[in-house]
Design a protein around this ligand. Structure first.
Ligand code: NAD
Ligand code: TDX
Length: 357
């Protein structure tokens, strides 16, 4: 097994990508990282403050759909590993505006696959350990009833423009394995939570609204179920797939933490009440919960059977839901500036501070 790698991380300024870059810098210091990110509304350089540019880390502002840029990076940087996070990731946005999802998630993934195929076919790095790891979601499998789990052989049944675009990209990645022999691996993961998540997603949104006495919108009856995984556990699973996984294989990743949305919202409120005391209103924060119109096509339940990655790669989550939520609320309390700057839009100043533009 090869220790040194040159990893193209796409979307390394997003929520999971930034946590992944941080994990690599902390624990895999001999892996060189090229972070390619377009810095959409969801990408933020402040997530990577403290990680300096140099021989082992380079940030490139660019679009994964830019074929010339991506091809040049493969050759110039001698990329041998791709960890592909970059995507449009928010289901609600895919309902109101699907075009960017089709472009980035499908065309962008295709562009990266082509660059890898052409570079590696030519013997680009000449290594047998080349690996294109595509980071995908459990949402490709559709919606479960009250029982059952998604396995790696569950048929795809995506229901939102987001999940359909991710399913398309998964199919393309598999096709490049079967057709061209490209050394690909896929992961399909459940809902992540933890530091640096954009406050449009349920957990940081509820944190931010409850800190400002705003209502906490719960879609439908609040009984939709998600399987929550602490983001560092996901990042460690990705490293395990890179180090021990097999080409052409897909690995489901999950936290074994199925929760109804209403329970998740209530847990955040109760942790905040305990840590900060009741707000000025004297009412517990859970009184801010407001049931609102349901998301269109809202998947009822996701649940992952993660026994393949446990049995074959010896990975299982280390952080319980209770411990992860405590850590997450603490992080958001300590980093309220980060949330505020995202919400008011002033986070873009970090690009200007860190790079000459
Ligand atoms: P995110 O929205 O927080 O970050 C996405 C990043 O990709 C941003 O930094 C953005 O600037 C970048 N990006 C978007 N379009 C780009 C483009 N065209 N070119 C280059 N960069 C671009 O997303 P996330 O929550 O960190 O998710 C990362 C990946 O993990 C996605 O592929 C998502 O489908 C998958 N995933 C997420 C979860 C979850 O719970 N968040 C669960 C399973 C899988
Ligand atoms: O305000 C809200 N109220 C609410 O009830 C929001 C934002 C969400 N919800 C519900 C919808 C979902 O059932 O909470 C659940 C979680 O919603 P999101 O945080 O938007 O996540 P989800 O739609 O489940 O998708 C996430 O997990 C899988 C990520 O955004 C995807 O990128 C990932 O693939």
């Amino acid at each position: 097994m090869k220790n040194k790698r040159t990893v193209l991380v796409t979307g390394g300024c997003g929520f999971i990508g930034a946590n992944f870059v941080r994990l690599l810098r902390e624990e895999y210091g001999d892996w060189r990282i090229i972070n390619l990110d377009k810095l959409t509304y969801a990408g933020n350089l402040k997530k990577l403050q403290g990680i300096s540019e140099g021989e082992m880390y380079r940030f490139v502002k660019g679009d994964i759909c830019d074929g010339a840029l991506v091809a040049e990076l493969f050759v110039a940087e001698q990329i041998d590993t791709v960890v592909h996070f970059a995507a449009e990731s928010h289901v609600d946005r895919s309902i109101t505006g699907p075009a960017d999802f089709i472009q980035t998630n499908i065309v962008g993934t295709f562009t990266l696959l082509e660059a890898a195929r052409k570079s590696w076919d030519k013997g680009g790095t000449g290594e047998e350990n080349n690996c294109f790891l595509h980071v995908s979601t459990d949402e490709v499998y559709g919606s479960l009833g009250s029982t059952g789990f998604f396995t790696e052989t569950t048929a795809f049944d995506p229901r939102s423009p987001y999940s359909a675009s991710k399913a398309s990209s998964d199919h393309l990645v598999n096709a490049y394995f079967h057709t061209y022999g490209l050394p690909v691996r896929l992961t399909n993961c459940s809902n992540n939570y933890g530091p640096y998540q954009f406050p449009e997603k349920l957990i940081p949104l509820v944190f931010n609204n409850s800190m400002h006495g705003k209502s906490l919108p719960v879609y439908g009856d609040g009984k939709n179920v998600r399987d929550w995984l602490y983001v560092k556990d996901h990042c460690e699973a990705i490293v395990a797939v890179l180090q021990k996984g097999q080409n052409g294989q897909c690995y489901n990743i999950g936290g074994n933490n199925e929760k109804e949305n209403l329970e998740v919202v209530t847990v955040i409120c109760d942790i905040l009440d305990r840590k900060l005391g009741l707000p000025e209103s004297g009412q517990p924060r859970r009184s801010l919960i407001t049931f609102v119109e349901d998301r269109l096509g809202h998947d009822r339940r996701y649940a992952i059977d993660a026994s393949k990655i446990k049995d074959q790669l010896d990975w299982e989550p280390q952080v319980t839901f209770e411990a992860g939520m405590e850590k997450t609320v603490d992080w958001y309390l300590e980093n309220q500036d980060w949330v505020r700057e995202i919400v008011d839009g002033s986070y873009t100043k970090y690009y200007k501070q860190m790079y000459t533009v």
